[in-house]
Design a protein around this ligand. Structure first.
Ligand code: KG4
Ligand code: ZN
Length: 347
């Protein structure tokens, strides 16, 4: 199946052509530089960027794929979760493509697409990967899933406040490092040569019914610590290192809890934060030791991209799911929403 995917849920305008899980092209135009002075995404600026770039990104993705419009067989588009105005740009464009080419359209959930992302270009068959424990660590989401069926991942934990990427972004903003904070904090932390002093609090939430996270405490601790410091580059480097260590300790503890609870021998971890080398290494070491098969995306498919949307769209279509031009933006997502929250299993 030849599928074109559209992703416009936040600050990346992305279009990708995927054929049976293999990526033929993946074009991304980011508006991240336009948000940097605000320390976070400004929704109106993001939507305007999508409107301005979607046509050229679409044309580039198509020409890079070596395919013609007429060859396309399916349109996949992110329905949510995401910024309503931004989602609408991608959905409207995708509907126009579906209508003009007279090919089916399928709306996908962005968080579920992050869960699918490590399977791109692997040729892996879903039936050989299920069941698995899935984690999405991104700027908008920090969720844990138990997956027996890729169509219905069951949420068994989530953040109770900030998402992990959001915590990186806020910590970076406090230190005036810029946006997005994740890569900037990682870079600062890399130049630290001292010992780990564990100066920041870690919320393990052992009494929480789900595999839940909380990052607001550490963010506040960074704020007070930085205010009381001499605000030198050396202090920023030390705070970045200690912050990243604290986050990595919490994430690793949660991964261990999740795997213990599900008993699964496979884990999938996706989302922008998994660009982080410290985390990638820790997760790889843990899975090797625990003899758990780890699926982690190639770096280019960690952050928001349309390839994961197209790939998941193909999978849903092949599973018999059908939609039509009546689909709309679902800013709370089609999977990771309040209804799902009620289904969080109690320990
Ligand atoms: O998945 P993503 O592109 O967008 C959402 O769906 O939210 O994730 C973006 C998030 C941002 O918060 C960014 O700071 C974080 O991923 N991020 C990182 C790194 N690269 C991006 N966090 C930690 N270390 C990184 N190297
Ligand atoms: Zn994302």
């Amino acid at each position: 199946m030849l599928t074109i995917g559209f992703e416009t849920s936040c600050d990346e305008t992305s279009v990708s052509v995927v054929e049976n899980g293999m990526v033929l092209s993946n074009e991304v135009s980011s508006s991240v530089h336009l948000h940097s002075e605000y320390g976070g995404v400004v929704p109106e600026i993001a939507s305007r960027h999508h409107v301005e770039y979607i046509v050229s990104v679409f044309e580039k993705a198509l020409s890079d794929s070596g395919k013609r419009k007429e060859d396309l067989e399916l349109v996949a588009v992110t329905q949510g979760p995401g910024l309503p105005g931004s989602l609408l740009v991608g959905i409207t464009f995708a509907k126009a493509v579906s209508y003009a080419l007279d090919i089916p359209i399928i709306g996908v959930d962005h968080v579920q697409a992050h869960l699918y992302s490590p399977l791109l270009n692997t040729g892996a068959e879903m039936k050989n990967i299920l069941p698995f424990t899935g984690l999405v660590l991104s700027g908008g989401h920090t969720s844990v899933f138990e997956c027996h069926d890729m169509l219905r991942p069951e949420c068994i934990g989530r953040t109770l406040d900030d998402a992990v990427g959001e915590a990186f972004d806020k910590a970076a903003k406090i230190m005036d490092l810029g946006y997005p904070g994740g890569p900037l904090i990682e870079k600062m932390a890399r130049s630290y040569s001292g010992k780990k002093m564990s100066i920041f609090p870690k919320a393990y939430l052992k009494d929480s019914p789900g595999i839940d996270f909380s990052f607001s405490g550490i963010k506040t601790a960074v704020l007070y610590y930085f205010r009381a410091s001499d605000k030198s580059d050396n202090e920023k480097i030390r705070i970045s290192f200690e912050f990243q260590e604290a986050v990595a300790d919490v994430v690793m503890s949660k991964i261990k809890d999740a795997v213990e609870r599900t008993g699964h021998k496979r884990i999938i971890v996706g989302g922008g934060v998994i660009n982080n080398e410290r985390l990638r290494q820790a997760i790889k070491e843990f899975s090797e030791k625990a003899r758990i098969r780890l699926y982690i995306p190639e770096k280019q498919y960690c952050s928001d991209n349309a390839a994961m949307v197209a790939g998941l769209g193909e999978l849903l279509y092949a599973s018999g799911i059908r939609m039509d031009l009546g689909i709309n933006a679902e800013p709370n997502g089609t999977m990771d929403n309040k209804k799902l929250e009620k289904k969080i299993k109690k320990r």
